[in-house]
Design a protein around this ligand. Structure first.
Ligand code: ZN
Length: 97
């Protein structure tokens, strides 16, 4: 079954092509979605780091051993803390608790 696709750019009807035969505009919905995803990913990667990210990166990559060490401790504590907090949240939500 042939699928007709109308080019959004020049309004030419194309058969099942990924690109418009007249102007070369991408008309495949899958290709368009892929392209959109790629652009989104690019924007995400190029997005400037937030102040918190910069702060954490400075900490993590610090040339001072003590700071890196401190980062690891704080990181571990926060992971444990989040773990405990979610455990209590689960306990509170549990009908048996
Ligand atoms: Zn076209």
């Amino acid at each position: 079954m042939a699928i007709e696709r109308k080019c959004p750019n020049c309004e030419t009807w194309n058969s099942d092509n990924d690109y418009c035969t007249k102007c070369g505009t991408m008309i495949s919905p899958i290709k368009i979605e892929e392209e959109r995803e790629r652009v989104r990913e690019e924007i995400r990667q190029n997005a400037p780091l937030s102040k918190t990210d910069i702060f954490i990166n400075n900490w993590k990559n610090s040339r001072f051993f003590l700071v890196r060490w401190l980062y690891k401790i704080v990181y571990t504590i926060s992971v444990i803390f989040i773990g405990i907090a979610s455990f209590f949240a689960w306990m509170a939500a549990s009908p048996n608790g």
